[in-house]
Design a protein around this ligand. Structure first.
Ligand code: NAD
Ligand code: UDP
Length: 314
């Protein structure tokens, strides 16, 4: 029997990872301070003797008793709103927190898995983004706390591999959505779906010509699993390459929710908002045999259903 620690396991992606690991026969210990996560994301697991939760800030030293085979480091606020409201926490968890999680992995002789991000490419000048691209990041912009934090995390992870020989995996996650995102999270999927379901104006930031490519959560977690069970270290892009402008996306959400909401334009919330983003997933395909399976329409149906229940509209 194997055992995994998941930092950030009470969050959107972390809680889906809990489900996957438990289903694969791996016991799970979540370490999370609930800054953006919620116990509600794992109440369905609390009856299992194979699951436990420690309420702790991983920017402080992490102590976990017993054997640990995997440390998945997902703890970090991830919404652009958090870049303004929690900048120091973000920098701490992606520096001190990553250091502590790596230290835990080293002490336990465990495999370390880092949840990195497409934000390491910044406002990219190469499109679609390949893992070889070094990125175009403004270190002193509002997004810098997150982008540089994740870049530091990647560098530290590889330093631990080179210095201490620990087994590490780095995934660069592109925009992912699905049930268990918070309605007030501020990212585009909960914003647009919540606004459309409530009949409020759908807020497109900037001119709406910026693009993103959205991956459904179960596809992403399958990609995590394929990476963990492979010999690869990464960094490796995991995301859905189907690209859309934010204006097209707003129209699509309006259609799928049968909403009468009007689409309105507001100022960009962060000046360095990437103008285009789309993963090149050649490596994931060739090295891991992974590619996304869930269409945007199917993924959005499940997500809309989830948010509709939360809003009492289902
Ligand atoms: P989330 O906010 O739902 O989850 C983050 C979790 O980390 C929360 O449960 C939060 O309470 C916890 N956390 C934050 N700081 C902590 C600390 N100091 N100590 C302990 N716990 C802490 O966000 P998510 O979308 O599930 O993101 C999970 C990870 O994936 C993050 O590292 C994020 O950077 C990365 N990521 C996500 C996406 C995406 O599209 N969802 C894209 C790129 C990268
Ligand atoms: N966005 C928008 N309206 C919103 C929220 C976000 O137009 O209500 C845009 C945002 O400016 C960005 C894209 O949607 O261009 C994706 O934003 P998100 O916050 O989901 O994550 P990002 O990819 O920017 O990290």
């Amino acid at each position: 029997m194997s055992r995994a620690v998941i930092t950030g396991g009470a969050g959107f992606l972390g809680s889906h990872l809990c489900d996957k690991l438990l289903a694969e026969g791996i016991d799970v210990v979540v370490v999370d301070n609930l800054v953006t996560g919620s116990e509600g994301n794992f109440t369905h697991l609390l009856n299992s003797s194979r699951f436990s939760f420690v309420n702790q800030d991983v920017s402080d030293h992490i102590t976990v008793d017993g054997e640990v085979d995997f440390v998945f480091h997902l703890a970090s606020p991830a919404s652009p709103i958090d870049f303004t409201t929690k900048p120091i926490q973000i920098m701490k968890v992606n520096s001190l927190g990553t250091h502590n999680a790596l230290g835990l992995a080293r002490a336990k002789n465990a495999t370390f898995f880092l949840a990195s991000t497409s934000e390491v490419y910044g406002d990219p000048l190469v499109h679609p983004q390949t893992e070889e691209y070094w990125g175009n990041v403004n270190p002193i912009g509002i997004r810098g706390v997150y982008d540089e934090g994740k870049r530091f995390s990647e560098a530290l992870t590889l330093a631990y591999k080179r210095m201490h020989g620990i087994n590490v995996k780095i995934v660069r996650i592109f925009n992912t959505y699905g049930p268990r995102m918070r309605l007030d999270d501020g990212r585009v999927v909960p914003n647009f779906v919540g606004q459309a379901l409530r009949g409020d104006p759908i807020t497109v930031y900037g001119d709406g010509k910026q693009t993103r490519s959205f991956c459904y959560c179960t596809d992403l977690i399958d990609g995590f699993w394929k990476l963990v069970t492979s010999k690869e270290t990464g960094p490796i892009n995991i995301g859905n390459p189907t690209e859309r402008t934010m204006l097209e996306f707003a129209e699509e959400i309006k259609r799928l929710t049968n909403s009468n909401s009007e689409i309105v334009f507001e100022e960009l919330k962060t000046p360095d908002d990437p103008k285009q983003r789309k993963p090149d997933i050649t490596k994931a395909k060739n090295l891991l045999g992974w590619e996304p399976k869930v269409s945007l329409e199917d993924g959005l149906h499940s997500t809309i259903e989830y948010f509709a229940k939360k809003l009492g509209k289902a």
